[in-house]
Design a protein around this ligand. Structure first.
Ligand code: ATP
Length: 328
């Protein structure tokens, strides 16, 4: 933990963009200004630290952004930040401005980088979980997840209309990388008959039997939501398999893709981003350093960056049981 008083802070977004990142930037900047700190923005993630793309921000710099998706600071993955030379350069650019506290809005990779940087140069870092995948332990919410799920739900509802009109079986692939949360939540919320996620074993033979049995019962609308990281494969693999095994069914595949990333953040994402951004600055000031700011049971939770990177959230057995029962 650094003993130096934090009076100049920088904020950056790193990794994949997520709706609500702008609301978090706004909260960090305005809370910093409220406390009389000098606040800097860093563009394009850690690349901006290395390339000296750092600029002063004030309350006005974050006006009219709370409702916008993406990130006004831009985001990137930085190869150079993996190297000691890259991090040294980044440090020198911060040092010459006297920046002595950082807020990183990103995913677990960004936190790994922050932890390493902080260990090497004794600059406290605070992480805010900004990812649509919800694959970080230590918080019930991640910035962007709620918006992404709502986008998926809206799209799947529309697909259901077509599935119903044509008696088709639709396989819809949603994002989430190796996490199944977007699939689980959007699948339950749209009444999908089957939800395939990496956290539970995918039994394709059981799926074929269930669909065959449903065909007999003339249950005609079938929606299968599959997480892109499911161990059997994504939407195309699942669709190809089912087309082979159920040659009489009219099967279509829809990959939702990047529409799930953008768009105006939901009310929930704006709220949690604002709350987390505020607490990130409070942490820098009160000495709670090198933690990820999360929310659990409606209380702030501070997880050491080391732990935030190691653990993944688990999907509860209860949810998996609910999916099975409601899909019948
Ligand atoms: P998302 O969940 O959207 O992918 P992320 O933060 O996990 O976000 P990553 O690409 O894993 O995205 O990491 C973002 C950046 O953090 C990397 O491009 C790199 O600059 C830095 N980073 C990640 N891991 C390390 C590490 N072990 N050492 C140094 N820097 C790292």
């Amino acid at each position: 933990m650094s003993a130096k008083k934090v009076n100049k802070i920088a904020v950056l977004t790193s990794g994949g963009d997520a709706p609500g990142m702008n609301a978090a930037i706004r909260a960090v900047v305005r809370t910093g200004v409220y406390h009389g700190l000098e606040v800097f923005g860093v563009t394009r993630g850690y690349n901006g630290m290395i390339d000296d793309d750092i600029f002063e921000m004030d309350s006005k710099s974050v006006a009219n952004i709370i409702q916008r998706g993406g990130t006004i600071l831009k985001t990137a993955r930085s190869k150079d930040f993996f190297t000691p030379e890259g991090r040294q350069k980044a440090y020198e650019n911060l040092k010459k401005r006297g920046i002595n506290g950082i807020v990183v809005i990103g995913g677990d990779g960004s936190f790994k980088g922050a932890q390493k940087f902080s260990n090497e140069f004794d600059i406290p870092c605070i992480g805010l979980p900004g990812t649509i995948d919800k694959d970080i332990a230590g918080s019930d919410f991640t910035i962007g997840f709620d918006t992404a799920v709502n986008t998926a739900v809206e799209a799947i509802d529309k697909i259901r209309d077509t599935a119903d009109a044509h008696d088709r079986l639709f396989v819809v692939e949603v994002m989430g990388r190796d996490a199944g949360y977007i699939a689980l939540h959007s699948g339950i919320a749209t009444g999908a008959e089957n939800i395939l996620i990496p956290e539970s074993k995918t039994d394709m033979e059981a799926l074929v039997s269930a669909l065959t049995e449903k065909e007999k019962r003339k249950k005609l609308v079938n929606l299968i939501v599959v997480a892109e990281g499911d161990e059997f494969g994504g939407g195309n693999q699942v669709g190809d398999f089912l087309k082979q095994r159920l040659p009489n069914a009219d099967i279509r595949v829809c990959i939702l893709g990047h529409i799930q990333r953008g768009g105006a953040p939901s009310c929930l994402d704006r709220l949690i981003a604002s709350r987390m951004g505020y607490h990130a600055v409070e942490c820098l000031l009160n000495g709670t350093h090198n933690v990820m700011v999360g929310i659990e049971d409606n209380k702030m939770k501070y997880t050491p960056l080391d732990n935030a990177v190691k653990a993944k959230q688990k999907i509860s057995e209860e949810w998996l049981k609910i999916v099975k029962i409601l899909a019948s």
